[in-house]
Design a binder for this molecule. Structure first.
Ligand code: 2NL
Length: 348
């Protein structure tokens, strides 16, 4: 072995290494190339290990031959490594390119359910007259739902409400048939003057049809003070009707019956469809009944802890479903809870 052939072998190694470096097209492959040529067990080390076979005076010259090759390879590897990083970034940028000038994707925005929207509108109107909103349970006792409202057990008045009872409670617990038990709770929890409305879900054992659900919504109202009369009630309901159905709405009281009010009335508005002339919507009467009301029965006041000799007041109750049907011209109460998006999206 002489210096010339040693040099030739170094040159051969250089050209193979350079070819391998430029062929490497991912960082792991480049690492392999680096360690196979320049590593501790790499080809360059191995070649230099044969230095002993050279004549003594040639040995110092080996470094001058090998070092520039090592330096060149190290530089080429570093350059290739940064190029590979650049390429990887370019690929990623191309793949993840987004066109910021594209129009945005529309967000699916929900809206209030028509029953809740109606409930809120009723609450908004009554809040203008100082009424607060009071909430109470949907599962009630027979006592609060009936007995304390002047509807004794086994009394024929019970027939007005077909009731859903809670299994295994021996008739003690039921699903409230109206929000009225909340009014007893409110009277017992507070003291006159009282002005509150009670919105919420109620349940009855109904034969379901276009105007009856077994599950429906009600808003009841209660006002108790000194000297609160039917005139106060009439004025309040007139204002409510005009705010809810328009300023030209006419109203009337008709005699009615509820066990918890005395006297009791039905409250009608002039027909929204025909304006009072008479049409199929109002059964040719010109009037639509929108709620029932009356002066709270003295027995019910006493059950609520209120002395009827000092305080009097009225209560009223309306079917939220019916009000919403009138406002929006919805012909079938079953539409509200059918969860049909084609129906619900009309109220966006
Ligand atoms: C209707 C009629 C009404 C009441 C509800 C009531 C509650 C208490 C005392 C007195 Cl605690 N009255 N509520 C009074 C009259 C009528 O509802 O047809 N609602 C859909």
């Amino acid at each position: 072995m002489d210096l010339e052939s040693f040099s030739a072998q170094l040159e051969e190694l250089r050209s193979r290494a350079l070819a391998a470096v430029s062929k490497a097209d991912d960082p792991a492959e480049l690492d392999d190339v680096e360690s196979s040529f320049l590593g501790r067990k790499g080809e360059l080390r191995e070649l230099l290990g044969g230095i002993g076979q050279l004549p003594g005076e040639d040995r110092p010259k080996v470094g001058a031959l090998a070092n520039p090759i090592r330096e060149q390879l190290e530089a080429e590897i570093a350059a290739r490594r940064s190029r590979l990083t650049e390429i990887a970034l370019d690929v990623r940028l191309a793949r993840e390119r987004s066109d910021v000038t594209l129009p945005g994707r529309p967000l699916a925005v929900g809206s209030l359910h028509p029953l809740i929207e109606t409930q809120r509108e009723i609450a908004r109107i009554f809040s203008q007259f100082g009424f607060v909103v009071y909430g109470s349970p949907e599962v009630e006792t027979d006592e609060l739902n009936f007995q304390l409202l002047n509807i004794p057990e086994d009394h024929p008045a019970r027939d007005l409400w077909d009731t859903i009872y809670v299994d295994g409670t021996d008739g003690r617990y039921l699903l409230r048939t109206h929000t009225s038990p909340g009014q007893i709770r409110l009277m017992r929890d507070s003291a006159p003057p009282i002005r509150a409305i009670l919105p919420g879900r109620c349940y009855r054992y109904e034969a379901v049809d276009a105007s009856h659900g077994f599950e429906f919504f009600q808003v009841e109202g209660l006002m108790i003070d000194e000297g609160t009369t039917m005139a106060t009630l009439r004025a309040l309901l007139d204002e409510f009707a005009r705010a809810m159905f328009g300023p030209t709405t006419r109203t009337r009281f008709r005699p009615g019956y509820y066990p918890f009010t005395e006297p009791s009335v039905a409250f009608d508005i002039s027909c929204l469809i025909c304006g009072g002339i008479g049409c199929p919507a109002c059964k040719r009467t010109g009037w639509l009944t929108i709620l029932g009301a009356g002066m709270v029965h003295p027995v019910v006041l006493r059950n609520g802890g209120i002395d009827p000799e000092v305080h009097q007041g009225f209560a009223f109750g309306m079917g939220t479903d019916r009000i919403a049907m009138l406002r929006h011209g919805i012909p079938d109460i079953r539409a509200f809870l059918a969860n049909d998006l084609r129906f619900l999206e009309r109220f966006q």
